[in-house]
Design a protein around this ligand. Sequence first.
Ligand code: FES
Length: 146
Amino acid sequence: MALYSEKVMDHFTNPRNVGKIEDADGIGEVGNAKCGDIMKMYLKIENDVITDVKFNTFGCGSAIASSSMATELIKGKPLSEALTLTNKAVAEALDGLPAHKLHCSVLAEEAIRAAIKDYYDKNGIAYDKSQFPEHDAEEEHSFTED
Ligand code: FES
């Protein structure tokens, strides 16, 4: 059996929604301190619905495929639904990831949550803090803004 599914290879070689949204309503950046991979997610939000999403991932193929798939899963969806997206659902949508690569899909889940939290924070919207557990992101892993 191939290590990676066709869907993983497809989303890795032809990732959807890559890029940056200049006037994003929410931006989430997360990283994995162990492997050093970083993911940044940009959301456009209207009436609590994600109308557009883009990402930049500096990381492994599984992280790129996971971010690509995750953006497809949340585009056009209400925030409440995007918040329920788990890394397991992302991995399943990719027809699976090798066990040692599951942590890559966690970045996608965390990046979306971080972007939604950023939107809530910027707009003074109250939320349940337990929905946003602390992640691994570290300052030194930040992208430099151009
Ligand atoms: Fe770190 Fe994939 S190896 S996100």
